[in-house]
Design a protein around this ligand. Structure first.
Ligand code: TYM
Length: 336
């Protein structure tokens, strides 16, 4: 008999064109994890509404993101791929979890503080409640593992706290999820300001490599990447810019830091940057081509989304019924 595999859940927001940081920190690893876990990969569209979106753009980005998942190697035969808003249980469980969440624990979240600063004209309840919706995403599927980049660690902690709090207050219901954070590339930094993370919503386009960038753009952006006045190619915590490039190169070339340092001994930053750009382009450009092929077949993408929704909703409904029962909500029984 086939061994029951542990559940895994992860998601990306369709809030902009994904960058190589989203690929390195999340999607690339999802592909490798598909044979080990029962994987559920979502498009977190409800999360994006916490900052202002242009409705038509959001719809298009949702399609593009599912096309990207498939182009990167997420296989809908192996994994459940669906859009968060298509399964209403996510919003329903968020309400229940809200009743055991304290405003103070949400107000101290780094992302909430950053986004409140960056979107001062739109500090809304959803922005604050963001981690609770994320906890609902995970707990709804009883996911035991959650592969994410380092920036989501705090949110994962809240999901763990809420699972434990719920289990203690009511009865054992949720698995307490563990994060899978990659050893290299969990925190890819901006190419223009290596003190800050690379983000798809950065207003400076030179700060990130988008998954849509062509080879020339990738080379141009890496050439302009901010480094330091030394010239030794090495991973060194005191030199964030070059360390970031070494991490990126390590992920795309499969080489260790030691191998990279040896290979580029005596080589200047300029030459190294071109090598990094070439390694990135040789992975990203074919993915982009495949993505465009998927995008040209909207009917297929719709079919994948509908099938994914059905599979996800089946699991989610079962879990939500258990939650409703455990908190004491009455369910009438149909006798005839
Ligand atoms: P999002 O869309 O901001 O990012 C998607 C994934 O990319 C990772 N990531 C990074 N990894 C390395 N370096 C970076 N600079 C970097 N920036 C982003 C993120 O850690 C993430 O894994 N809230 C989530 C989406 C979400 C989710 C979930 C994730 C919604 N529900 C449930 C896991 C489980 C987010 O904003 O991702």
């Amino acid at each position: 008999m086939e061994e029951k595999r542990a559940r895994l859940f992860s998601a990306v927001q369709p809030s902009g064109i994904p960058t190589i940081a989203n690929y390195i920190g999340a999607i690339k690893n999802w592909v490798d994890l598909q044979d080990k876990y029962e994987c559920i990969y979502s498009i977190a569209d409800l999360h994006t509404l916490t900052v202002k979106q242009v409705p038509a753009t959001l719809r298009q980005r949702t399609l593009e993101l599912i096309a990207l998942y498939l182009a990167c190697g997420v296989d809908p035969e192996k994994s459940t791929v669906f859009v968060q808003s298509h399964v209403p249980c996510h919003a329903e469980l968020t309400w229940i979890l809200n009743t055991i969440t304290y405003p103070g624990e949400l107000a101290r979240m780094t992302q909430y503080k950053d986004k409140s600063r960056n979107h001062a004209d739109n500090v809304n309840m959803g922005l604050m409640d963001y981690p609770v919706l994320m906890a609902a995403d995970i707990l709804l599927y009883n996911a035991e593992v959650v592969p994410v980049g380092k920036d989501q660690k705090q949110h994962l902690e809240i999901a763990r706290d809420l699972a434990e709090r719920f289990n203690n207050r009511y009865s054992p219901t949720f698995a307490v999820p563990e994060g899978i954070i990659p050893k290299v590339g969990a925190n890819i930094m901006s190419l223009q300001d290596p003190a800050h993370k690379m983000s798809k919503s950065d207003p400076n386009e030179n700060a990130f490599i988008s998954m849509n960038d062509d080879r020339d753009t990738i080379i141009r952006k890496f050439k302009r990447a901010v480094t330091d006045s030394e010239s030794r190619v090495a991973f060194d915590e005191n030199r964030a810019g070059i360390s970031n490039l070494v991490s990126i190169y390590s992920v795309f070339s499969g080489k260790t830091f030691a191998e990279i340092e040896k290979q580029f001994e005596g080589v200047g930053y300029g030459e190294f940057k071109i090598e990094v750009a070439e390694a990135v382009a040789s992975t990203i450009c074919p993915i982009n081509e495949r993505k465009n092929e998927y995008l040209a077949n909207k009917a297929y993408l719709d079919k994948i989304m509908i099938e994914g929704k059905e599979r996800a909703e089946y699991m989610a409904r079962k879990m939500l019924a258990k939650v409703y029962k455990n908190v004491g909500l009455y369910t009438p029984e149909r006798k005839s």
